[in-house]
Write a protein that binds this ligand. Structure first.
Ligand SMILES: *Cc1c(COP(=O)(O)O)cnc(C)c1O
Length: 410
């Protein structure tokens, strides 16, 4: 039977202690024990159903973690205070001094900076490769390699990782495949395709209201227990704990994720097709022109579409900036980083979210100055949005429908 992530979320029922339709929020950082022996057992990690201290676990965090594990089809999950607060403990739990990581070279700027600049201080080195070239990935494996790290759909270039093939490679060499699925929740289920650990920044589509940061690590019970171990667990000891109030608000937003993702995907597909027809350099995994369109199609849970992220290249940073300012003025979206909001968000990644990546490496990976990354919103009338965006493109002579005025407004 086909994997049904949203059904799995919906099949979980939680009630509040007075029969509330939402679970009660655990408004406590610490918990009492009826016996001293149980407290000892809980520290040892073998008193199921007992809570110790909220940096370790809390009822609200467990509810949210359980729902996200159901979505990803993993045994369990642990939620964290941010996406980076999920990524960094996973890397530090899986690797120690002398170990080696193979990472996609097109990943979130913060993850790139962590692997490039921070973990080498701890003796953990990373090779950055083109993750779509499996022979290059395999050739980079050394006797010290422990982890293959990638994003299902990469930020900001929207490269698609062949998770099945990467997981076969990882298994063959005894490595862990860690996949950041932030750009494609519901659409892609990495654990179903063989990923060992699935990470999300909940800040983006999953929470969807741009009012909080959060993260999650989905994996086996054994791995999540390791992360939470009081003696040497990276989540427990580095302390990137989510607050219970936030866990409960994210759980409520998760209830509508399937509807939102379908709309984000529908709107992004509409705009991507129109932009491409207009002759703009458009990258969207749903377009047949995308180099990994077939791989995405083979991995996806079809009903959720190809996601809400697309890019266009308007040729130069000046043009990109002028276009974004004009679109914001016309109330078509906001010039802002992040993604997954009801409103369209746009930014030029080369000078913002990926500015951690040196310019020459940006060029090599195809991250150009004129690239604009869009997180397409939930607009009810996407055709009207398109007409208004097209008018902005024409005003700036990025599309030359009317006359040949030389970029008069820039
Ligand atoms: C935003 C983002 C992160 C980091 O998440 P935070 O919640 O901001 O810490 C990691 N990976 C991807 C793909 C992201 O877009």
């Amino acid at each position: 039977m086909k994997f049904k992530p949203a059904n799995n979320i919906q099949d979980l029922q939680y009630f509040g202690e007075f029969g509330g339709v939402n679970p009660s929020i655990s408004d406590s950082s610490t918990y009492t024990f009826l016996s001293a022996k149980t407290m000892f057992d809980t520290f040892e990690g073998n008193a199921d159903g007992c809570y110790l201290y909220s940096r370790h676990s809390s009822p609200s965090n467990l509810y949210l973690g359980e729902a996200l594990a159901a979505m990803e089809g993993t045994e369990t999950a642990t939620v964290t205070s941010s996406g980076m607060g999920a990524i960094t403990p996973v890397v530090l739990q899986l690797c120690e001094a002398g170990d080696h990581i193979i990472s996609s070279r097109t990943i979130y700027g913060g993850t790139y900076a962590f692997l490039k600049n921070f973990t080498p201080r701890l003796g953990i080195d990373t090779s950055f490769v083109d993750i779509t070239k499996l022979d290059i990935v395999e050739a980079a494996i050394t006797s010290n390699t422990k982890v293959i790290y990638c994003e299902s759909v990469s930020n900001p270039l929207l490269e698609v990782a062949d998770i099945k093939a990467l997981s076969e490679l990882a298994k063959k060499h005894g490595l862990k495949l860690v996949v950041d699925n932030t750009f494609s929740p519901l659409s892609i289920s990495p654990a179903e395709l063989g990923a060992d650990v699935v990470i999300h920044s909940l800040t983006k589509f999953i929470n969807g209201s741009s009012d909080t940061v959060g993260g999650v690590v989905c994996g086996t019970q054994e791995f999540i227990d390791q992360l939470r171990n009081v003696n040497d667990g990276a989540c427990m000891l580095l302390g990137s704990t989510m607050d219970s109030l936030r866990a409960s608000s994210i759980l409520k937003n998760l209830r509508t994720l399937h509807i939102r993702i379908k709309k984000h995907s529908e709107n992004a597909m509409y705009l991507a097709e129109k932009f491409q027809e207009d002759g703009l350099k458009t990258v969207y995994p749903g377009l047949k022109s995308h180099p990994s369109h077939n791989i995405f199609s083979s991995m996806m849970n079809m009903e959720y579409g190809y996601g809400g992220m697309l890019t266009i290249d308007v040729g130069s940073l000046d043009k990109a900036n002028a276009l974004m300012e004009l679109m914001q003025k016309e109330n078509l979206g906001y010039l802002a980083v992040s993604l997954g909001f009801y409103k369209t968000l746009f930014s030029a990644p080369g000078s913002s979210t990926s500015s951690e990546i040196p310019e020459e490496e940006q060029t090599e990976m195809g991250l150009t100055d004129g690239l604009i990354r869009f997180s397409i919103g939930l607009d009810n009338d996407i055709e009207r949005t398109y007409q208004q965006m097209k008018s902005c493109l024409q005003q700036l002579n990025i599309l030359d429908k009317t006359n040949n005025l030389e970029t008069a407004n820039i």
